[in-house]
Design a protein around this ligand. Sequence first.
Ligand SMILES: O=C([O-])CC(=O)C(=O)O
Ligand SMILES: [Mg+2]
Length: 217
Amino acid sequence: MNHCIESLTWGDFVIHAIMDLGISSAVPDPSVYYAGSFGMRFRFWFQDPLKLCRVVLAEVCDANPHLIVSGELRALQPVFQVYGRRQVFSGPVVTLKVFEDNVLVREFLEEKGNGRVLVVDGGGSLRCAILGGNPVVQAQNNGWAGIVVNGCVRDVDEINGCDIGVRALASHPVKASKKGIGEKHVPVNIAGTRICDGEWLYADTDGILVSKTELSV
Ligand SMILES: O=C([O-])CC(=O)C(=O)O
Ligand SMILES: [Mg+2]
């Protein structure tokens, strides 16, 4: 669990200070100007709000209309809420299909993330949360870049304290079942977009793009 101690502005920068109670691998997003630490447990970073607000995905779309026409680059329908401290994240996709069951979600996030993005198709269920605070803290500590959930999350305050990007349809207080049913690494259809294992996902404040291959952004 992370505890945010302070966020304050200094000139053009926003300074955040964090006390890490877990071992966190902080991979700075492009808005991070300088990051440092005192000992094992105290981290701080300066964020440039101009870069934070930079419209990266819009520029990608404008520069690659041919990829959009061919379907190599797809924009997810704007149905997601934004959670987690990283508003800008990207990485190779790992897919998972479940329905109101979160055992496999936790299993994935216990693995080393290596900058990957877990895309969970929860069938769009709004009846329970398939992602909670504990696995998100683990995902942060294991180096996942982000988690996109076609379903609900819970423990929103805890998730919003984590240095990771999370997108989900909504929050819900009820937990999911624990039968361990689901399919790993299968193509999923979420927010009007087919997404396959190994494709690349890019998220910023404008939305989410999926590309067949890594983009040079
Ligand atoms: O227990 C659950 O199913 C979900 C949850 O709140 C957590 O993992 O933190
Ligand atoms: Mg919980």
